[in-house]
Ligand binder design. Structure first.
Ligand code: HEC
Length: 243
C-alpha cells in the first residue's frame, strides 16, 4: 500500500502527541547517577523540613521548592534513556512528590512522606504511568517564579562559593526548571514556539554548564556560564512579555 505524505505526516503528529517525550534530551541535563543523587538529597531536605511542626512552619517555601523539584527529577528518572536504580520507581516518586506538594498542613504532609521514602528505596506501586506531559507537570509560570525565588540564594553562591556539592545543587535546580518552561510556551502565534524553546535550551545549557563548573570549583567559569544563562530571562521578556 502506498501512503501519501499527508498520511505519514498525520501519523507523525499522532505519535508525537501520544508519546509525551521529555522536552529536552535528558542526557544533556544530567547523568542518571546525578539524578539519583539529587533525588536522595531532596528526600533528606524534605525530611528536614518535616522534622517538626516548627520546621514545617519555618521552611514552607523550601519544602514547596524541594517537592516541585523532586517531581521533575522523578519524571526525568522514569524517562531517562539509560537504566538507574530509581528508573523503575521514578514515576512513583513523581506522584508521591506531587501528593506531598499539594498536602495542606503538617499532618497531611507527614502522611505523604512514606510514599516518597518507598519510591526512593526503588519500590514500585505499579500504578504510576511513565508518560505524562511536562507542561502539565508544571506550567511555565510557576517554573519561572521558582527560578526567580531562587535567584537571591544563587547570587550569594556566585559571590562566595564555598561548598561545591551544595552550591551546584542550587544551580542544577535552575537548569532543571528550564525543562517545564520549554514544554509550555506562552506564545500567541505557534510559529514563535521554536524561538521560545531556543531561549529555554540556551538557559538550560548554560546553567548545566555552570553546575558542572561549580562542582569542579572553577568559580570564574561558573559565573560566566550563570550570567550567560540568565541573559535569556531578559531576552525572552523583551520578546514575549506582554505579548
Ligand atoms: C522562554 C521565555 C522566558 C524566559 C526564559 C524567562 N521568562 Fe520570565 N516571563 C516570561 C513571560 C512570557 C512573562 C509574562 C508572564 C505572563 O504574562 O503571564 C514573564 C514574567 C516574569 C516575571 C513576572 C514579573 C512581571 O513583571 O510580570 C518574573 C519575575 C520573571 N518572568 C522572572 C524570570 C526570571 C528570573 C527568568 C530567568 C531565570 C525568566 N523570567 C526567564 C517569559 C520568560
Amino acid at each position: 500500500m502506498k501512503m501519501s505524505c499527508f498520511t505519514v505526516g498525520w501519523c507523525l503528529v499522532l505519535m508525537c502527541s501520544i508519546y509525551a517525550a521529555p522536552p529536552l534530551p535528558l542526557e544533556k541535563v544530567a547523568t542518571a547517577d546525578e539524578l539519583v543523587a539529587e533525588a536522595q538529597a531532596l528526600g533528606t531536605d524534605i525530611h528536614d523540613c518535616l522534622a517538626s511542626q516548627d520546621s514545617y512552619d519555618e521552611y514552607g517555601q523550601k519544602l514547596k521548592h524541594a517537592t516541585s523539584l523532586l517531581m521533575l527529577v522523578g519524571q526525568a528518572l522514569a524517562e531517562y534513556p539509560q537504566p538507574s536504580k530509581l528508573k523503575a520507581s521514578g514515576a512513583d516518586l513523581r506522584d508521591a512528590a506531587i501528593e506531598l506538594n499539594r498536602a495542606l498542613g503538617y499532618t497531611a504532609a507527614k502522611a505523604a512522606l512514606p510514599a516518597i521514602d518507598a519510591a526512593l528505596e526503588g519500590k514500585t506501586t505499579g500504578k504510576a504511568k511513565v508518560d505524562v506531559e511536562w507542561s502539565k507537570l508544571m506550567r511555565y509560570r510557576p517554573a519561572m517564579d521558582q527560578m526567580n525565588q531562587r535567584l537571591p540564594a544563587l547570587r550569594r553562591v556566585m559571590r562566595r562559593p564555598k561548598d561545591p556539592v551544595g552550591d551546584s545543587r542550587q544551580m542544577f535546580a535552575m537548569a532543571l526548571l528550564s525543562l517545564p518552561m520549554h514544554a509550555d510556551p506562552k506564545v500567541k502565534n505557534s510559529a514563535d514556539i521554536p524561538e521560545w524553546e531556543a531561549f529555554c535550551v540556551s538557559m538550560q545549557t548554560h546553567l548545566s554548564d555552570a553546575t558542572a563548573k561549580l562542582k569542579a570549583r572553577d568559580n570564574a567559569a561558573a559565573n560566566d556560564a550563570f550570567v550567560a544563562g540568565m541573559a535569556n530571562c531578559n531576552k525572552c521578556h523583551e520578546r514575549f512579555k506582554g505579548n
